[in-house]
Write a protein that binds this ligand. Structure first.
Ligand code: SF4
Length: 214
């Protein structure tokens, strides 16, 4: 639970970022907490929709896919498939889904969305895949600039991600980026900055006034 003054400061920041996103052709929303975010997500995705799942600790913490499984939705969740051939098919099927659900690694106060990706399937689908993209982003991921976004990703996102995925990287071993180039281990293969969305009503971002994910 965040202190009251931090919640108030976060709310002001989120309102600023939502305005910045509008100039960039993306729509932002404010959620007081994870429960509020989940209610908004379920209200946005009509029953009967197909939904692609991007790997996201934020979505796990909110329990988004557990809730979708209780409703009438088709969920594409490639990392739950142990067979690599079938996993690849699911990753490709996500391109035709109605929705892509994921988080972002950082969002600048000027409304740029920044992500890193290992294999690239998550960002490929976000860039050109499902008809609608829905990001869920904790207040801890708001940063001042693109440089700060990259620094946040290398220091706060990659070490826990690499540890979670059992990757043998310098950041997993020391907590510090070693700028590695290691096949099968490096998770920072693609850095994607979304600075504008030109497809009307496609990209939606729910900002949650909590610390979520990494
Ligand atoms: S480049 Fe390598 S060491 Fe640096 S953050 Fe990425 S995975 Fe970790």
């Amino acid at each position: 639970m965040l202190p009251d003054n931090v919640k108030k400061a976060n709310k002001v920041k989120i309102e600023t970022v939502i305005k910045a996103l509008e100039r960039r052709g993306m729509k932002g929303y404010y959620a007081e907490d994870g429960e509020d975010a989940l209610a908004q997500i379920l209200a946005m995705i009509p029953e009967g929709s197909s939904v692609g799942r991007g790997g996201s600790e934020t979505l796990n913490q909110i329990g988004v896919f557990e809730a979708l499984h209780e409703g009438n939705y088709t969920c594409y969740e490639p990392f739950k498939e142990p067979d690599p051939v079938k996993g690849k098919q699911i990753r490709r099927a996500i391109f035709s889904a109605d929705f892509m659900l994921t988080s972002a690694n950082a969002v600048t106060m000027d409304g740029e969305i920044v992500n890193i990706d290992g294999t690239g399937n998550r960002m490929a689908a976000v860039i050109w895949g499902p008809d609608k993209v829905l990001y869920v982003v904790g207040a801890n991921k708001l940063v001042g600039s693109l440089d700060e976004a990259e620094a946040r990703i290398k220091s706060d996102a990659c070490p826990p991600n690499c540890i979670r995925l059992a990757k043998k990287t310098p950041c997993a071993a020391t907590g510090k980026c070693g700028n590695c180039l290691s096949p099968g281990n490096t998770v920072c293969c693609h850095t994607v900055v979304t600075r504008f969305n030109s497809v009307e009503d496609r990209v939606h971002v729910i900002f949650v006034n909590e610390n979520l994910g990494f």
